[in-house]
Ligand binder design. Structure first.
Ligand code: SF4
Length: 264
């Protein structure tokens, strides 16, 4: 059995080991998720079709192809959302397709990140998802579409972890280096590109090694107070910010992590 680790989990661990422990090891739930993202999902699906299903023997689609992709995925949306989504995709077309000599065929769309790391006799499977993976002359570019109203960038520490995890996993799958992780904000038409380096990978390996030690001994989950505490849903259990913290309730813990078998 391997221990599954995603960028989201690793970012949470880096912010605070204790909050990580409560959420992922003790399985305390945190009600901080939000509702439907029907328009965003439809946009992602339409863009996946646009880049995946284009007949690449023709260099570049015209706007009708984008409209066709949208019409296939706009079912179930309100009239307002259908109009809004169409306008967003038209902006995308004029910003990212119309001026290209030819549409670049992606390596994959809507793909899974899958990698593997063994640290201190523990096996980690690295997991994640991406919207599009492009093959550049000197490496890979991973593209994530953002459909929210705000152009909101993740903080630098979170971004570095995401880049490092993807760098590690994609190198194993494609034997190519990740060159860029790009966020493409569909509503504003902005693309923000982050350069990826081997140092990102080393940083992530160091964090996973640190996590491995705690998992192995099931101790050392110390609170790390900081600005994240203001929004922490576990503050009432936390001795770093609460004078008389509540007792952590018993929850159904997942089976203990198994040590990897050493065949060497
Ligand atoms: S309140 Fe702060 S220190 Fe305590 S668990 Fe949450 S993030 Fe960690």
């Amino acid at each position: 059995m391997t221990y599954s680790i995603s960028a989201t989990k690793l970012q949470a661990y880096h912010r605070c080991a204790y909050a990580y422990y409560l959420r992922y090891e003790r399985k305390l739930t945190s009600p901080d998720f939000y509702g439907s993202a029907a328009l965003g999902n439809a946009l992602h699906q339409a863009l996946a079709k646009c880049h995946r299903d284009w007949h690449y023997r023709n260099p570049r689609p015209d706007l009708r192809w984008v409209h066709h992709c949208w019409d296939e995925h706009a079912n179930g949306l309100t009239d307002h959302q259908v109009v809004e989504g169409r306008a967003i995709l038209e902006r995308y077309y004029w910003g990212f397709i119309a001026n290209e000599v030819a549409l670049r065929q992606p390596l994959a769309v809507e793909g899974k990140i899958q990698g593997y790391l063994r640290v201190a006799d523990l096996e980690f499977s690295l997991v994640g998802r991406y919207d599009r993976l492009d093959f550049l002359p000197d490496g890979l570019e991973l593209i994530d579409y953002k459909s929210g109203r705000e152009v909101k960038l993740p903080d630098a520490a979170a971004m570095d972890i995401q880049i490092g995890l993807y760098y590690l996993a994609l190198a194993q799958t494609y034997h190519q280096s990740l060159k860029y992780l790009s966020l493409l904000f569909l509503r504003s038409g902005q693309k923000v590109q982050f350069a990826a380096t081997p140092q990102h990978q080393e940083h992530v390996q160091a964090i996973i090694s640190d996590l491995a030690v705690k998992l192995r001994h099931d101790r050392g989950w110390e609170p790390q107070p900081g600005k994240q505490c203001d929004r922490c849903t576990f503050a009432r259990y936390c001795p770093a910010v609460t004078a008389n913290p509540a007792i952590v309730p018993e929850t159904k813990r997942k089976p203990q992590l198994q040590l990897a078998l050493n065949f060497a």
